[in-house]
Design a protein. Structure first.
Length: 510
């Protein structure tokens, strides 16, 4: 028989951090005779349920934990939750509350207890040994103290009233299937330019498409590779079985979604979870950037100037391997990120250490989001995780709005010296340099060469969208040259939307 216990608690206002509430307890289920540990139908309830209600004021901690004492013999945990959404004045954030769960191994930052996160994408979930709601990890439901994690993302001035119902179902534990993960290499074309999209979401976080649908759209978009990057969970890493092939490499990763910005962990080892429960002021990001690299991934801040709450990047770029300057359809926030990134190139050009390559990804979630708008085009030795990451780290990258656009960009000296995207043309300061961009698939577009002095040369492409634009300069007039291909502008004195852009070619001797 179902038992219902209502626990009313109120969380005190607090800053970033966490609050742990009182425990939710369940009775032990007596196993049937001769079948110790199997649970009912021997004498205990087949199902137990508790409901917790509470109130979170504005200024509540980022994470509120509800401890659950899970007894022996539990086969499945199921959780449903809801919260109120009162009317708020224009310009004021309303209520939004995320949810996830940690098992008996605990909630320590970066620890092993993580078992799933759905953010605000679902109102209920379950997990057991042989299955789980997308976003959650199947596995044994061991006895001990589990923790529901509530994440009050935004809280209305009236506060946030919540209700969480926890159901434990007893029975044989079941068996967890061994995960099948994508291989790290596809056939490829040897050393070539490969097209990919490294920021995508499916039903395993807040997307609406299945992995199968995404794989089909990636192939239709002309992509050679993609990276699955669900918000704050690795549950989708095992969901791509049968979807890769000689023509499509699938990498695993995560969009680490903190309250101070999001970072794409591109190409991390399958199953490696990267924690997100910190802010910039906690001085913790360096630890988790290193964890991404130890797991074989790249650290790529995503949409650094996005306007959604918690989306703009506050951690700085010192720990980054690349930066996402173009996210989805090109817009004003991308223009700001592009300008900010361009400013960082000058320091490197004059001997200021390493530089940060630019990449672009679709961040596609659902229709009508376009997979492969934009796409990162990487010069790699083969179609493999390591080769693609090496190409990105080296800056051998350009970004296109679709596979319909192709380009080649190089700089040459007067004696035949040559450098391509991401490289340096080491010449005396007064030496002549010719920049040459050849483009196809960009009708109506304009080509610009941009240097440390800004936009220096602009020329329209022929009506066919296919042509070559050249420009001559010297290293003492241009510390670097990069190319942009843009559509016509819809407003005076504003640049048009991007069709393609390249990483720079650096000029001169350091």
């Amino acid at each position: 028989m179902e038992r219902r216990e209502v626990l009313k608690r109120s969380a005190a206002a607090g800053a970033a951090g966490a609050l742990t509430l009182g425990r939710v307890s369940f009775a032990e289920a007596a196993p049937p005779p001769g079948r110790a540990g199997d649970g009912p139908p021997g004498g205990g309830p087949a199902e137990q349920r508790r409901t917790v209600t509470g109130h979170l004021p504005i200024g509540a901690p980022d994470f509120v934990y509800v401890p659950i004492d899970v007894p022996h013999g539990v086969r499945e945990i199921a959780v449903a939750y809801r919260y109120d959404k009162p009317t708020v004045p224009d310009g004021t954030a309303g209520n939004a509350c995320d949810i996830g769960i940690f098992d008996e191994r605990g909630t320590a930052l970066g620890g092993a207890g993580f078992r799933g996160w759905s953010g605000g994408a679902r109102t209920e979930f379950f997990l057991r040994a042989d299955d789980a709601t997308p976003g959650y990890l199947p596995g044994p439901v061991n006895a001990g103290t589990w923790h529901l994690a509530l994440g009050p993302y935004t809280v209305a001035p009236q506060g946030l009233d919540y209700e969480v119902t926890i159901t434990l179902r007893h029975g044989p534990p079941g068996t967890t299937p061994a995960p099948v993960h994508p291989p790290e290499r596809a056939r490829g074309r040897g050393r070539a330019w490969y097209r990919g999209d490294n920021h995508l979401h499916s039903v395993y976080s807040d997307g609406k498409r299945t992995p199968a649908q995404i794989a089909a759209l990636a192939r239709a978009a002309g992509l050679d590779f993609l990276t699955t990057t669900e918000h704050n969970t690795t549950a989708g890493h095992r969901a791509w079985e049968g979807l890769w092939g000689d023509d499509l490499l699938i990498l695993t990763g995560e969009e680490v979604t903190t309250r101070n910005g999001h970072v794409v962990a591109m190409g991390t080892d399958p199953g490696v979870f990267i924690d997100w429960r910190y802010r910039a002021r906690d001085n913790a990001f360096g630890r988790f950037a290193r964890a991404i690299r130890r797991a074989g991934g790249l650290v790529i801040p995503a949409h650094p100037h996005a306007t959604c709450v918690g989306c703009s990047w506050k951690f700085g770029l010192n720990e980054a391997d690349a930066v996402e300057v173009w996210n989805g359809p090109y817009g004003p926030d991308d223009e700001i990120t592009l300008a900010e990134w361009d400013n960082t190139l000058v320091a490197h050009a004059r001997g200021g250490g390493t530089w940060l390559p630019a990449v672009g990804h679709s961040d596609a979630h659902r229709d009508p989001d376009v997979v492969g708008l934009p796409q990162t085009v990487v010069l790699a030795d083969d179609l493999s995780r390591r080769a693609l990451q090496d190409g990105i780290r080296a800056g051998r990258v350009w970004i296109a709005e679709s596979a319909g656009i192709d380009l080649a960009f190089a700089a040459t000296g007067e004696r035949g010296e040559h450098a391509g995207i991401g490289e340096r043309l080491a010449l005396p300061d007064a030496a002549g340099v010719t920049a040459r961009l050849t483009v196809s698939g960009a009708p109506g577009c304009t080509v610009s060469f941009v240097t440390d002095q800004g936009r220096r040369h602009t020329a329209p492409l022929p009506p066919s969208g296919k042509g070559t634009v050249t420009w001559r300069t010297t290293p003492d007039n241009a510390a670097y040259i990069r190319a942009e291909v843009r559509h016509p502008s819809s407003a005076a004195d504003l640049p048009g939307p991007m069709a393609a852009l390249t990483n720079p070619i650096f000029l001169g001797r350091r």
